[in-house]
Structure formats: C-alpha cells, structure tokens
Design a protein around this ligand. Sequence first.
Ligand SMILES: Nc1ncnc2c1ncn2[C@@H]1O[C@H](COP(=O)(O)OP(=O)(O)O)[C@@H](O)[C@H]1O
Ligand SMILES: [Mg+2]
Length: 255
Amino acid sequence: MGVSLLSVRGLTRSFYGVQALRGVDFDVAQGTITALIGPNGAGKTTAFQCITGVVPPDGGRVMFDGKDITGWRPDRVAQAGLTRTFQIARGIPRLSVLDNLLLYAANQPGEGVISALLGLGGAAEEAARVRAIEIARRLNLLRVANNPASALSGGQKKLLEIGRALMASPKLVLLDEPIAGVNPTLAEEIAEHLRTLRAEGITFLVIEHHMDLLARLCDPVIVMAEGRTLTEGSFAAVAADPVVQEAYMGRRKWA
Ligand SMILES: Nc1ncnc2c1ncn2[C@@H]1O[C@H](COP(=O)(O)OP(=O)(O)O)[C@@H](O)[C@H]1O
Ligand SMILES: [Mg+2]
C-alpha cells in the first residue's frame, strides 16, 4: 500500500446502547479512490460521522495527514484538508448554486454556514467567488450557477454536494453514496469527475452500493459488517471472498 493519508484504529461508538461501531480499522492510501462497502446498518455512515467530527467516537483513533484528529470539530477537520458529502444532500434549496458553494468558503463546512458567509468580505469574498465559479465550471454546473439549488436535477444536486466539499481545497473527500438515485449517464459523469480530481491529487473514500461502477472506479475496496472492518482488497478479490458473501447473505442489496 502507498502512503497512508487516513488511518482509523479501534473506532467505537454506541447510540443508546446499540453498538454501531465495534472496533473499525482501516487505512486510505494517498491517491486512491477507495470504496467503503457493507450491508445496511454496517456502520459506514457512522464511521464517516466519527472521522469528520460530526459525532465524537467513544474510543479509538483517527490519524489524518500525520495529525491525530480524533474528536476534532468538523470545521477544524475541514481546515486540515478532510471534507465530506452527506447521504442526504444538504444544500439550501432557495439559494443559488453559487451561493451554496460560497457558504462553504469561510469557516468550512459550517454547521453555522450562514454566519460563515456573512463573515466574508472584500478580497476574501472575491477569492471565494472565483473558486466557486471555477468549481461550478469543473462540475458542469456553470450554466445553472444562478438557479436555485431546488431547481437542480437529482444528479446535479449530488454534483453540488461534491462541489461544496471541494471549496476548502481538501486532500481527502469522503463521499456518502454520491451516485445513489442518479441516472446511469450522470453516474458515469460523476465517476469521470472523481477520476479527474484524483488525477489532480485529491484522494477519495466512497460509500456506494452500485457494484458495477465501484468495480471500475475504486481500488481498493474495504468491507464493513456489524460495526467492524471485515476485509480489504481489490473489488474482484473482495467479491469472491466467502466471508463477504456471508455478510451479505439474506440482504436485499449491497449497500
Ligand atoms: N444518530 C443515531 N442514533 C441512533 N442510532 C444510530 C444513529 N446513527 C446510526 N445509528 C445506528 O447505528 C447502526 C449503523 O448505522 P449506519 O452507520 O447508518 O450504517 P450504514 O451507513 O452502514 O448503513 C444502525 O443500527 C443505526 O440504526
Ligand atoms: Mg449509510
């Protein structure tokens, strides 16, 4: 494996007595598009929450880019170069595409995003605007940049989510189901954007359940089940692993 950009060790987290994470261990190597898969309820989203500081872990360590970021708040994690998208798009529907991007320019990624926008001014606002326009152009959102986010198609909303995550010039982006519910053509377009961004030096960790696309996009694949890391390897190796097949037995879908 190449240089590890993210290391997760022994991550645990319970919600009201339910153990969502029972000791998660994995690494994400720099320059990869790594997949994180596993049956529904495996703890994938919770792992993202704990890594990005949305929810503090009960135990374990998160190392990113040589720093111990365990328990850091989301804005500090983002400033360190680690951002994410959410399974449910978080854009503000009434605001334009461009303003949705700008909301993520200041303190990043604001849970208090509005105050972040108001805090910008002068040269900082101009620099953020230039970056927002560049990101909109890169993601083929420029021609809808002044439309309200609510007018975007489902796939364009996913692209806007990715755009928001890119505003902080991240080294690593965590994507929670970036193509779920997206039509196949736009899913291919999103995959192509990720390949291009990876070629420019951004590393990705992707939760997805579209196995045919993952097989072509992601290497390696990390498998989680019941709050633990099960195995890791190439898509072909993981798909052929009886332990992985067992974990998915009786499940409606890979998720
Ligand atoms: N905020 C929460 N409150 C209570 N239970 C939660 C919360 N977040 C996740 N869980 C529980 O943790 C487990 C793992 O969920 P999740 O991380 O969403 O799995 P996945 O993303 O792999 O489908 C599930 O049993 C889920 O119900
Ligand atoms: Mg999830």
